[in-house]
Design a protein around this ligand. Structure first.
Ligand SMILES: NC(=O)c1ccc[n+]([C@@H]2O[C@H](COP(=O)([O-])OP(=O)(O)OC[C@H]3O[C@@H](n4cnc5c(N)ncnc54)[C@H](O)[C@@H]3O)[C@@H](O)[C@H]2O)c1
Length: 245
């Protein structure tokens, strides 16, 4: 097991890519603290001495700091974090008002910043660690599905590369996974609301299908473990060849 006893925090773990990541981490022997606003949705993941579920809104600085302390206390420290909590509004530019723009930035970009910031002192205390932030293939090659979502994810890529540079000397690696369109509750909701945007993305995928959440989780496991010890500051697409980045 590649992540035996590693102490990892996953945000957005109640469903979709976050949930698949928590399940993969547990199979690899990690201890996991799951943060999500959906307390009910993550309840079944809890496992004595191995998986703790903690209600947390990543937009709330004080809550994030407190939950990170709770996670460190439960697991005996923090060796890594995965930021998968995210929202997608699927709105074209001309339908995007300032409130919906800010809502995307607040969860996807500000939430990622707050969780990285809260986790870093614990990883420093542990002597090093790994950060894996989830952006999107949209950040690398936008298809015009939502300017606010894409801007938030572009911010995640730039932010992560910056902290990778700053934290390398402290033994903390920081990387980004950029999923293509993935079969999760988020995409099923978008398919109902903006089928054109989702189908435009899919039409551009050489492998011709949606990603499975487990396929994204496989890359997150790699980036969170010892096999990627010399990998930092990258943004890796897992997108069936859409961006050919
Ligand atoms: N599904 C895709 O096609 C796709 C593609 C590229 C990137 N992504 C990104 O991957 C990540 C996961 O997406 P998904 O498809 O699994 O989404 P999802 O909607 O299925 O799951 C997202 C999870 O985040 C949680 N969440 C939302 N806001 C939160 C907040 N403020 N605080 C804490 N938790 C919160 C939700 O409760 C949910 O459990 C997101 O960042 C998303 O933008 C998804």
């Amino acid at each position: 097991m590649t992540l035996e006893n590693r102490r990892l925090v996953v945000t957005g773990g109640a469903r979709g890519i976050g949930r698949a990541t928590v399940e993969a981490f547990l199979r690899q022997g990690a201890k996991v603290a799951v943060f999500d606003i959906d307390a009910e949705g993550m309840r079944d993941l809890a496992k004595p001495q191995q998986c703790w579920t903690m209600e947390c809104d990543v937009r709330d600085e004080q809550q994030v700091l407190q939950r990170m302390r709770d996670a460190a206390e439960a697991m005996g420290g923090v060796d890594g974090v995965v930021n998968s909590a995210g929202v997608a509004n699927g709105l074209p530019f001309e339908d995007t008002d300032y409130a919906s723009w800010k809502a995307q930035i607040e969860t996807n970009l500000n939430g990622t910043f707050l969780v990285c910031k809260a986790a870093t002192p614990w990883m420093r205390q542990a002597g090093g660690g790994s950060i894996v932030n989830i952006a999107s293939a949209q950040a690398l090659l936008p298809t015009g599905s939502s300017c606010s979502y894409t801007a938030s994810k572009g911010g995640v890529v730039a932010f992560t590369k910056t902290i990778a540079f700053e934290l390398a000397a402290k033994g903390i690696r920081a990387n980004v996974v950029c999923p293509g369109t993935t079969d999760t509750p988020m995409v099923r909701a978008l398919l109902e609301k903006s089928p054109d945007a989702v189908n435009r993305n899919l039409a551009a995928v050489p492998m011709g299908r949606l990603a499975k959440a487990e396929e994204i989780a496989d890359m997150i496991v790699f980036l969170s473990g010892p096999a990627s010890a010399f990998v930092t500051g990258t943004s890796i697409p897992v997108d069936g060849g859409r961006t050919r980045h």
